[in-house]
Design a protein around this ligand. Structure first.
Ligand SMILES: Nc1ncnc2c1ncn2[C@@H]1O[C@H](COP(=O)(O)OP(=O)(O)OP(=O)(O)O)[C@@H](O)[C@H]1O
Ligand SMILES: O=P(O)(O)OC[C@H]1O[C@H](OP(=O)(O)OP(=O)(O)O)[C@H](O)[C@@H]1O
Length: 209
């Protein structure tokens, strides 16, 4: 029997679009795939095993080789420099990273405080702009920080813009466009080239039209 291909899927926002894409690529995923609370799902007909992980952890599973491939947001890839190959832009879960803050906020002479879930992306961005800032790492509800006086600005994901709007914040700078990517463990890429190439080819066809 051929080696099973293990795919790390992100739970949450990306899951539905990613599962939809795999189905369009003609992978026969069982109906319980979408509803199950199981974290490991085998699809023997396809010789595939899916593991379900937090979006930020998908890269860790792939880097350690316990998953051969995975689906991860470009934001996660930019934040942590990991030893994985990024082989395909899936063009799903589109959003962007931006700097935001309160409108008409006063400029301080000292380094402004920037709250974010992406400290590395934010640091590099402000370094490139030649701006000195103090980064404050948060894990969620980033928009709260300027409202409560924890930070002067935030670096966060924007999709519809609703969260900024409902909290009276404005977008100040656009950092970069984000989509989800197919990532591959370098050793798996050599050892399981056949099923991986096939996956890339079938997904590419879906992206292409
Ligand atoms: N509006 C959005 N907000 C956040 N992430 C988005 C958005 N739209 C698309 N994404 C993509 O989805 C991924 C995050 O998915 P999700 O929101 O399910 O997880 P999370 O917020 O990191 O996890 P959790 O909130 O469960 O800790 C991001 O890495 C990004 O690539
Ligand atoms: O532009 P929008 O469509 O409003 O989407 C952007 C919001 O969604 C994300 O938060 P999420 O819902 O993941 O919650 P979190 O703050 O707990 O990360 C992100 O961090 C923004 O807050």
């Amino acid at each position: 029997m051929k080696d099973v291909l293990t795919i790390a899927m992100p739970k949450g926002r990306i899951f539905e679009e990613a599962a939809d894409m795999l189905r369009k690529a003609d992978y026969q995923l069982p109906p319980e795939f979408d509803e199950s609370r199981k974290l490991i799902l085998d699809v023997p007909n396809e010789n595939i095993r899916f593991i379900l992980a937090k979006p930020m952890d998908v890269v860790t599973y792939v880097e350690h080789g316990v998953a051969d491939v995975g689906i991860a947001g470009k934001d996660v890839m930019l934040e942590e420099d990991r030893d994985v190959y990024e082989v395909l832009d899936l063009k799903i879960s589109e959003c962007y990273l931006a700097v935001a803050g309160l409108p008409n906020a006063k400029l301080t002479d000292v380094a402004p405080k920037v709250a974010t879930k992406y400290p590395n992306v934010a640091s590099s961005y402000f370094r490139e702009q030649g701006e000195q800032v103090e980064i404050i790492k948060l894990n969620g509800s980033i928009e709260l920080a300027p409202l409560i006086g924890l930070a002067d600005r935030i670096v966060d994901i924007v999709s519809t813009g609703r969260t900024l709007k409902e909290n009276g914040l404005v977008e100040l700078e656009h950092i970069c466009h984000i989509t989800s990517r197919l990532i591959v463990n370098p050793v798996s890429y050599r050892m399981k080239d056949e099923p991986i190439d096939e996956l890339v080819e079938r997904l590419s066809k879906v992206i292409g039209g």
